[in-house]
Design a protein around this ligand. Structure first.
Ligand code: R5P
Length: 297
């Protein structure tokens, strides 16, 4: 028999209705608790936005510039990242298990940069994603590409698997060289991924009409950084994407290939979570970079 409840007086607060807080991640209010909890490791609950640090490039291009030694160059950046997009190999071998942000595991692959890149297959079992405590898994989708159907099939198979366990699926809209990254194309690619069940979508930013891409996509969009560009331009791109409705950035090279990666990720964080304007964030970047230069003198 359980012990008798010793307190006679209880307080049921009958005058206070139970609070039913609306879950802030776009299009995810109808999902179960486990998925919401995982999404809260990706999108910071206080702002509803995300700074995802992408370091998965090695899955097709080996030791990418800036990622030659993840233990030396990336671990110091983790404290600014809400989540980390990476392969299981790097996660297991290098990332400390104390990292409490969301893990977004690369789940597709196959061809290297020496081959036709779009010919990807699924490269991760759902059991492995669970074992590694992934908040989300990521799959490349090549809409309009030679392997469109195959990569869409990768996405839908992964969505079926993740749906069983409340893990999020990030669809990455990869744009082949032959396709134009304009709003018309991005609307098509993002909407298809969302219609097929992706929990969130990663795509490229385009300067014209990006708000139509985010508006027509019923789930959150995070933007890829793309090739390294000057720091001010990367901060401007992040700012404009957020203004146009993006839920965050999934940025890699423009952070880890910056002249000062720590200063850059801290500056991107100010744009994502505090709405810093590009010039303000760039000023901050320069100050931080100068401080660390003096420290190492
Ligand atoms: C590339 O296919 C990977 O998925 C990267 O995570 C993605 O391109 C984002 O990184 P970056 O900001 O360097 O473009």
């Amino acid at each position: 028999m359980p012990e008798k409840d010793s307190r006679e007086e209880k307080n049921f607060f009958p005058e206070q209705p139970q609070r039913n807080k609306v879950f802030s991640v776009k299009g995810c209010h109808n999902t179960d608790w486990g998925l919401k909890n995982r999404l809260a490791r990706i999108f910071r609950p206080r702002t509803g936005k995300s700074l995802m640090l992408a370091i998965d490039h090695g899955y097709f291009q080996g030791p990418t510039t800036g990622l030659e030694r993840v233990d030396i160059t990336i671990l110091p950046l983790l404290k600014w990242a809400d989540s980390l997009m990476l392969t299981r190999g790097i996660l297991r071998s290098i990332i400390p298990p104390e990292f409490s942000g969301g893990i977004v595991l690369r789940a597709s692959g196959g061809p290297s940069i020496l081959k036709e890149l779009s010919n990807e297959h699924l490269a991760l079992d759902i059991e492995e994603a669970i074992r590694l405590n992934a908040a989300a898994v990521a799959v490349q989708v090549f809409i309009g590409g030679e392997y469109e159907t195959q990569t869409v099939n990768n996405l839908t198979r992964l969505i079926d698997a993740t749906a069983r366990y409340g893990i999020a699926t990030l669809a990455v809209t990869a744009v082949g060289r032959e396709l134009t990254r304009d709003a018309r194309y991005l609307r098509l690619a993002c909407r298809i991924c969302a219609e097929l069940g992706a929990t969130l979508v990663k795509t490229y930013y385009c300067a014209d009409d990006f708000e139509t891409v985010t508006a027509s996509c019923p789930v959150p969009i995070v933007i890829a950084g793309g090739k390294k560009i000057p720091e001010l331009d990367a901060l401007t791109m992040a700012y404009q994407a957020l203004q146009a409705g993006a839920a965050g950035v999934d940025m890699g090279r423009n952070i880890f290939q910056a002249a000062n990666p720590s200063a850059m990720i801290a500056a991107v964080r100010l744009v994502v979570h505090q709405g810093y304007k590009p010039k303000e964030a760039y000023e901050f970047y320069l100050q931080q970079a100068e401080k660390s230069r003096k420290k190492t003198e």
